[in-house]
Design a protein around this ligand. Structure first.
Ligand SMILES: C[S@@+](CC[C@H](N)C(=O)[O-])C[C@H]1O[C@@H](n2cnc3c(N)ncnc32)[C@H](O)[C@@H]1O
Length: 241
């Protein structure tokens, strides 16, 4: 298996994003949009990836700092607090208080109910790093609602496609280069392909990587009909030896 695949204007990289992102030049990405593993300390969502990182806060800071290095515009960072990660998630707001320009609430219309009288976790954050956020249209709220995404047999921690579409459509432009370092099943890549954005995705799990390649390859076929000149990602983005 190769450690990357190029599909039209998408470049999909296999490996640890903390390593592979070093191949990306400073300020060469227009917008980053991602959803890291949530450190649920159990593997009900992943087949191979072990969702249990001892220093989760350190892990988040390492990747956010790298995203801020490579990204010119906004970094959209989707994360859900849970019993295990909530101190780390709340610490992010203080640690990056000067970098955070907005926080979106992504509400789930049909979340799994909590046990007994516990509080049902019905929303996730999308933290936006950058400054002076502006949408492509008027009256864009910092709140959106979708149902819970349909899970694929191959990947259960999937984002609803409407969430990726909302952010890519409203906060990027045709031909922009979008990075998702935790690509998973490739939802961000599919949105980029349909909306004529260039995409770079990184995924550590070889099976998810292959699945994402297939989804990106199968998507956006109609979009290709009116494809405009998008930026050549290779030379602008990647550090060449
Ligand atoms: C929450 S899921 C992303 C789901 C994605 N948004 C989708 O809709 O399919 C997080 C993904 O990050 C991957 N991952 C975890 N650690 C990684 C790392 N260090 N580098 C690259 N990918 C990683 C996991 O295998 C998992 O597929």
């Amino acid at each position: 298996m190769t450690d990357y695949k190029i599909i039209d204007d998408s470049t999909l990289l296999l490996g640890d994003c903390l390593e592979r992102i070093k191949e990306i030049r400073d300020g060469s990405i227009d917008v980053s949009f991602t959803s890291p593993p949530y450190n649920r300390k159990r593997n009900d969502k992943y087949e191979n990836y072990n969702d249990n990182i001892e220093d989760y806060f350190g892990f988040l800071v390492s990747i956010i700092d790298e995203l801020l290095r490579v990204t010119k515009g906004y970094v959209f960072f989707n994360i859900q607090k849970n019993y295990y990660n909530k101190e780390d998630v709340f610490r992010l707001f203080g640690h990056y208080a000067e970098n955070i320009t907005e926080v979106f609430i992504w509400e789930k219309s049909n979340p799994l109910p909590a046990a007994g009288n516990g509080i049902t976790n019905a929303y996730e954050f999308v933290i936006v790093f950058g400054s002076g956020i502006r949408s492509n249209k008027t009256y864009t709220k910092n709140h959106l609602t979708t149902s819970v995404a349909k899970m694929y047999k191959n990947h259960k921690a999937i984002m609803h496609p409407d969430v990726a579409n909302f952010f890519i459509k409203n906060f990027t432009n045709e031909g922009d280069i979008i990075l998702d370092p935790f690509m998973g099943s490739g939802t961000t890549g599919v949105a980029c392909k349909i909306l004529n954005r260039s995409f770079i995705g990184i995924e550590i799990d070889p099976e998810y990587f292959e699945f994402a390649c297939k989804r990106v390859s199968d998507s956006g076929k109609q979009g290709d009909l009116f494809h405009t000149s998008s930026k050549q990602t290779d030379q602008k983005v990647f550090v060449c030896d």
